[in-house]
Ligand binder design. Structure first.
Ligand SMILES: Nc1ncnc2c1ncn2[C@@H]1O[C@H](COP(=O)(O)OP(=O)(O)O)[C@@H](O)[C@H]1O
Ligand SMILES: [Mg+2]
Length: 478
């Protein structure tokens, strides 16, 4: 027997729902009511024998909650998106970890706009967020936006740079890989004997290049950044803070030189984004170099607004094969707190693991158990590795103090008072360093998304807080 089809059309496009299995009468009424409410212009509703050509055919199950009631929100989003803006509903890839691209990128419209706006106005930006909050994902989108407007982007991997020369070599070689820059760079008189020479090409070894420029780093930097500025190229320096924070405690002069080089580059008109898996401004301040980052505009990536987080969860669940119910989504929201997309992916991955084990009926209890035993258990270790204290490059003598403060913050649900934190810090650092507790706290604030309300500090991300509160040695200490 042919399935029943229900079609909504506008502007020559059809959104067709295949009524597979559900009791027909109430669904049709309900779906039509939702379409009417969505104010779809030129709506025509019909029972179709065949889907019109070029129709988008969707399964009814994709718009039902687990108790077979209609998921109005999802239907309205998909219906209006398709009929008003030709957007085919996207099937979100569950990707907890690697940066997401294209339409898998969810939300972040404002941050994307702010970043693009700053860069187009020639302002450089520090993109601030703790690890896994979505910086690389956002930079990928901004790169596409800028390219679409004819701006070249240079995106070197500077995370492993351990010196200014390393850093410059990465930028220079990556710049010659950008097709629209290559010829212009080679043709610049400044670059004669530089970019145009055969050993400085996209395939050049970084080592050979680094050796060549080692004697004349500052001239090379001036020429390179000057050239990039005149070509209106934008530098997206993801993981820049990783390089800097490696150098700061070990090779302070080198770090200072790098900050100066980038600051000079900006003064000569080069636009750049500095980002990285860990905080930067406070850390630079900690080392007394604030003057070198003061000119940067800042864009912060916070958790998603609650309503957006719920939609992301919902979309990921449907794509995983789990039809959520309202109570399941509520339970997911309770587990996540303010939703960081990374942990929305992680929680759905935990639920999927339950699904793969044969669970088909999801309830609030199952969500809670999956959260507690999987995400917060050994299964979830992989999601938290980047939040280990040892990953954050605190000076050795300061680290135990920061760890102690984080322990207090995570365990005090109402938030920890500054005085309490000062005491915890002082107990774990040499007396000479006791006074640096504010600076250390400021660094931790950037790395662990600490927020201050009524003078009390708490971790904004509930998931990080819950896991940190467990006091596991591997996460908190050695
Ligand atoms: N805008 C987004 N939409 C959907 N998922 C996202 C988004 N931003 C981040 N994520 C999720 O978080 C993970 C980490 O994102 P990423 O951009 O690598 O973070 P960062 O560079 O800040 O460490 C991604 O693998 C993805 O699961
Ligand atoms: Mg990243």
């Amino acid at each position: 027997m042919k399935p029943l089809l229900l079609g909504y059309g506008a502007g020559g496009r059809w959104f067709v729902i295949r009524l597979d299995g559900g009791p027909r009468g109430p669904f049709v009424e309900r779906l039509n009511g939702i379409a009417r409410q969505a104010g779809i212009v030129g709506l025509s509703v019909d029972l179709l024998a065949e889907p019109p050509t070029e129709a988008l055919v969707q399964r009814l199950a994709d718009y039902l909650y687990s108790d077979n009631t209609v998921n109005e929100g999802r239907l309205t989003r998909h219906l209006t998106g398709f009929l008003a803006r030709s957007e085919i509903p996207h099937r979100y890839d569950l990707r907890p970890g690697a940066p997401v691209e294209g339409r898998d990128l969810f939300g972040r419209e404002d941050e994307r706009e702010h970043l693009r706006g700053h860069l187009e106005a020639g302002r450089s930006v520090h993109l601030r967020a703790p690890r896994r909050y979505g910086k690389t994902t956002l930079l990928g989108a901004v790169r596409e936006d800028l390219r679409g407007r004819g701006r070249a982007c240079v995106v070197p991997d500077v995370s492993a740079a351990r010196s200014v020369v390393d850093f410059l070599a990465e930028v220079a070689i990556e710049a010659t890989r950008v097709e629209t820059l290559r010829d212009a760079l080679a043709a610049l008189p400044l670059a004669r004997g530089g970019f145009a020479s055969p050993d400085i090409s996209p395939s050049a070894s970084k080592k050979a290049f680094a050796e060549r420029i080692a004697g004349d780093v500052s001239r090379m930097a001036r020429d390179l950044f000057g050239a990039l500025a005149s070509l209106r190229a934008v530098l997206l320096l993801d993981e820049c803070s990783t390089a800097l924070r490696f150098m700061l405690p070990r090779k302070r002069d080198e770090a200072r030189m790098l900050c100066e080089m980038l600051s000079d580059a900006r003064r000569s008109g080069a636009a750049m984004v500095l980002a990285g898996s860990s905080g930067l401004t406070k850390y630079v301040e900690f080392h007394g170099m604030t003057d070198l980052v003061r000119d940067l505009a800042t864009v912060d990536l916070a958790p998603l607004p609650a309503a957006q987080g719920r939609v992301l969860l919902e979309e990921l669940l449907y794509e995983t094969g789990i039809r959520p119910g309202g109570e399941v989504l509520d339970a997911c929201e309770r587990c996540l707190g303010e939703p960081v997309p990374y942990f929305a992916h992680a929680l759905v991955a935990a639920l999927r693991a339950e699904f793969d084990r044969g669970t088909t009926e999801f309830t609030a209890e199952i969500v809670q158990v999956a959260y507690e035993t999987r995400l917060l258990g050994a299964w979830g270790n992989t999601f938290f590795r980047v939040y280990r204290i040892n990953e954050q490059d605190y000076p050795d003598q300061v680290r135990p103090g920061v760890e102690a403060m984080l322990n207090v913050i995570a365990k005090t649900k109402a938030g920890a008072e500054v005085e309490e934190l000062r005491r915890a810090f002082a107990k774990h650092v040499p007396p000479a360093l006791e006074g640096s507790h504010e600076a250390a706290l400021a660094c931790a604030q950037e790395d662990f998304d600490l927020v201050q309300t009524d003078g009390r500090y708490r971790m904004r991300c509930k998931v990080i807080c819950d896991r940190w509160a467990m006091g596991e040695p591997w996460l908190a200490g050695e």
